[in-house]
Design a protein around this ligand. Structure first.
Ligand code: HEC
Ligand code: HEC
Ligand code: HEC
Ligand code: HEC
Ligand code: HEC
Length: 456
C-alpha cells in the first residue's frame, strides 16, 4: 500500500473502510473498486464553498474540463447511450457502469449512486473532479496508479503543496503525493476489462525525457505565476494556476508539434519525381500526442502542392511498410461496427473510419480494436491495440512524399504547404451519435511551407 499521508490512524481507518466496503466489490478490474459505496456525497465540500475564498481557482476550475467531467455533452452521450446499455448486456464489461464514474464523478462513485442522475437533474454528481476530491487524495494502492486506485480521506485536512499555510476554514498539510504525477495517473492511466492499457498518459510521461528531468504534469498543466491563493491571503511568487488545459484548449494544442520540410532538390523537370520530406517534432507535450483518449483523437498531416498557376495537388504520404500501417493512413473504410451491436441496430454496417478531408494523409495514431478485431472508439470494449504511431515526447517523425510532377505542369515556382491538424472526436462517430459539432472541430496545430522550381 502506497500512502503518502502516512499516519497510522489513517491506515487503520482504511482497514476498517475496506472491510465494510468489501461486499459491494463489483467492478471487474483490480483497482479502486473498494471505494464504490464507501461513503456519501456529504463527506465532501462543494466547490462553491472553496470558491468563496479561492475565487480565482474556482473560476479556473469551472472553465477546465475537470468541472465538466460528468456534465459535458459527449461524456453524457457516451456513458448513457453506449457504456451503460453495453454493461447491462455484456458480462465482461458489466463493471464499467460503475467504473466510468470512479474518474468522471468520484463523489457519485463513492456514494454508490450508480448510475448517477443525468446531468439535467443537477445532482452533486455534476461536481465532477472537484476541489475536495483532489485535495483529499492521500495516495494509491497497488503497483502503479491507474483505474481510480487512489486512497482518499475527505475531511478537515486539505492536502497541498506548501508547508505551514493557515486557513480559517480548514487545516492544511503539505503532501508529496498531491505534487506528484502519480496523483494524476490514478485517473490518467486506464486498463480496459480486457486488461489492455487504453489510457497511458502518466506511463508515457514516466518513460519519456520529462520524468528524467523532473518536469511534472503540474508544471505544464498548472503553471506557476505570481498570484494569490485566496482572496485574503498575501500574494506569492509561484502559485499553481488551476488551468488543466489540454485537448479542449486550442492555445495548448497550437504549436505542440513543430513542422519543417524540404524538397530533395530545387530544380525539377516536368514528368520527373521530386521527394518532399516533412519533420514533425513534438516539442511541447510531456507525453505522446495524442495522449489520453487516443481511441477518438486524430492528429493528421496534409501536404498540398500549388503550381505556378495556383492549381492544387494533394500529395498522399509515402508508405513505410510497417505492420498495421493501413490504420495510420486516412481512409473511409467502414469501422466502429461495435456501436451497432451495443445499440441493437441490426442493419448497421459501420461508419467511415476517419472522415477526414483527404484520404491518403498520415494519421499519427494508436488504433484500438474490439474483441472481433474491428476498430472501436469504445475504450472499455478494447481487446487489443494496433501499432502505436503517435509522436512521443521530443520525438521527431519524418514523412516523405514522392511526387511525379505532371508532364503539363507550368514552368515556375511550385509552393508546397504542410498542415497538421488535431480533432478530438472522429466526425462520423460524433455526427452519428448527435454530439455537438464543436467537439469535432479541427484545430490547426501547425503549418509550414517550402518550394521548388519547374525548369525545362
Ligand atoms: C474561509 C476561506 C477559505 C475557504 C472556504 C477554503 N480555503 Fe483553502 N485556504 C484558505 C487560505 C487563506 C489558505 C492559505 C493560503 C496561503 O497561505 O497562501 C488556504 C490554503 C489551502 C490549501 C493549501 C495550499 C498550499 O499552499 O499548500 C489548499 C489545498 C486549500 N486551501 C484547499 C481548499 C479547498 C479544497 C477548499 C474547499 C473544500 C478550501 N480550501 C476552502 C482559505 C480558505
Ligand atoms: C485535478 C486535481 C485538482 C483539482 C480539481 C483542484 N486542485 Fe488545487 N491543486 C492540485 C495540485 C496537484 C496542486 C499542487 C500543484 C503543484 O504541486 O504544483 C494544487 C494546489 C492548490 C492550492 C495551492 C496553490 C499554491 O501554489 O499554493 C490551492 C489553494 C488549491 N489547489 C485549491 C483548489 C481549489 C479551491 C480547487 C477547486 C476550485 C482546486 N484546488 C481544484 C490539484 C487539484
Ligand atoms: C479523480 C480523477 C482525476 C484526477 C486525480 C486527475 N484528473 Fe485530469 N481529468 C480527469 C477526467 C475525468 C478528465 C476528462 C474530462 C472530460 O473531458 O470529460 C480529465 C482531463 C484532464 C485534462 C484534459 C483537459 C482538456 O482540455 O481536454 C488535463 C490536461 C488533465 N486532466 C490534467 C490533470 C493533471 C495535471 C492532474 C494531476 C495534477 C489530473 N488531471 C488529475 C480526471 C482526473
Ligand atoms: C512538457 C509539458 C507537459 C507535461 C510534462 C505534461 N503535459 Fe499534458 N499536455 C501538454 C501539451 C502541450 C498538450 C497538448 C497536446 C496534446 O493534446 O497532446 C497536453 C495534453 C494533455 C492531455 C490531453 C491529451 C489528448 O490528446 O487528449 C492530457 C489529458 C494531459 N496532457 C495530461 C497530462 C498528465 C496527466 C501529465 C503528467 C503525467 C502531463 N499531461 C504532462 C504538455 C505537457
Ligand atoms: C481511469 C479513469 C477513467 C475511467 C475509468 C474512465 N475515464 Fe473517461 N476519461 C478519463 C480521462 C482522464 C479523460 C481525458 C483524457 C484526455 O483528455 O485525453 C477521459 C475522457 C473521456 C471522454 C472524452 C472527453 C472529451 O471531451 O473528449 C469520454 C467521452 C469519456 N472519457 C467517457 C468515459 C466512459 C463512458 C467511461 C466508462 C466506460 C470512462 N470514460 C471511463 C478518465 C477515465
Amino acid at each position: 500500500m502506497m500512502n503518502y499521508d502516512a499516519s497510522y490512524r489513517n491506515a487503520f481507518r482504511w482497514i476498517i473502510l475496506l472491510t465494510i466496503a468489501a461486499p459491494v466489490f463489483v467492478f471487474s478490474q483490480p483497482a479502486g473498486d473498494e471505494l464504490l459505496g464507501s461513503g456519501s456525497y456529504d463527506d465532501f465540500e462543494k466547490p462553491k464553498a472553496c470558491g468563496s475564498c479561492h475565487t480565482d481557482f474556482y473560476m479556473q476550475w469551472q472553465q477546465a474540463m475537470m468541472s465538466q467531467a460528468y456534465t459535458h455533452a459527449w461524456d453524457e452521450i457516451e456513458y448513457f447511450k453506449l457504456a451503460v446499455p453495453h454493461a447491462e448486456k455484456d458480462e465482461k464489461v458489466a463493471g464499467v457502469k460503475a467504473g466510468c464514474n470512479g474518474c468522471h464523478t468520484p463523489l457519485a462513485f463513492i456514494a454508490g449512486d450508480i448510475p448517477p442522475p443525468k446531468p439535467s437533474e443537477n445532482s452533486r454528481a455534476n461536481e465532477g473532479v472537484s476541489c475536495d476530491v483532489c485535495h483529499t487524495i492521500t495516495g494509491f494502492k497497488g503497483e502503479e496508479p491507474f483505474n481510480f486506485n487512489f486512497t482518499i480521506k475527505p475531511g478537515r485536512v486539505k492536502l497541498g503543496n506548501r508547508e505551514g499555510t493557515t486557513s480559517p476554514h480548514h487545516e492544511t498539510k503539505q503532501s508529496e503525493f498531491t505534487m506528484s504525477p502519480d496523483m494524476c495517473g490514478t485517473c490518467h492511466n486506464e486498463k480496459s476489462p480486457y486488461g489492455v492499457w487504453v489510457k497511458s498518459t502518466q506511463r508515457e510521461w514516466k518513460a519519456g525525457p520529462y520524468a528524467t528531468e523532473g518536469v511534472r504534469c503540474q508544471d505544464c498543466h498548472m503553471p506557476k505565476a505570481e498570484a494569490k491563493n485566496a482572496i485574503l491571503s498575501k500574494p506569492r511568487k509561484d502559485v499553481a494556476q488551476h488551468l488543466f488545459h489540454g485537448a479542449h484548449s486550442p492555445s495548448k494544442l497550437r504549436g505542440a508539434v513543430e513542422l519543417r520540410m524540404h524538397p530533395d532538390r530545387r530544380d525539377v523537370e516536368p514528368g520527373e519525381p521530386v521527394v518532399i520530406s516533412v519533420q514533425a517534432f513534438n516539442h511541447k507535450a510531456g507525453h505522446k500526442i495524442p495522449s489520453g483518449s487516443a481511441e477518438e483523437r486524430q492528429l493528421w498531416l496534409t501536404v498540398i502542392a500549388y503550381d505556378a498557376n495556383g492549381k492544387a495537388y494533394h500529395l498522399p504520404v509515402d508508405k513505410k511498410d510497417f505492420p498495421g500501417e493501413e490504420y495510420t493512413i486516412s481512409s473511409n473504410v467502414l469501422a466502429y461496427q461495435d456501436i451497432g451491436e451495443i445499440m441493437d441496430l441490426p442493419d448497421f454496417k459501420g461508419l467511415p473510419r476517419d472522415a477526414l478531408p483527404y484520404e491518403g494523409d498520415r494519421v499519427f495514431r494508436l488504433p484500438y480494436f474490439d474483441p472481433k478485431g474491428r476498430m472501436t472508439i469504445a475504450q472499455w470494449n478494447t481487446a487489443s491495440l494496433g501499432t502505436d504511431y503517435r509522436i512521443g515526447p521530443r520525438e521527431t517523425k519524418i514523412e516523405t512524399y514522392t511526387w511525379n510532377v505532371p508532364e503539363d505542369i507550368p514552368e515556375g515556382k511550385v509552393k508546397v504547404v504542410a498542415e497538421i491538424h488535431y480533432r478530438r472526436l472522429v466526425k462520423s462517430v460524433g455526427e452519428f451519435l448527435s454530439v455537438p459539432a464543436k467537439e469535432m472541430e479541427p484545430v490547426l496545430v501547425n503549418r509550414t511551407e517550402t518550394w521548388f522550381e519547374i525548369v525545362d
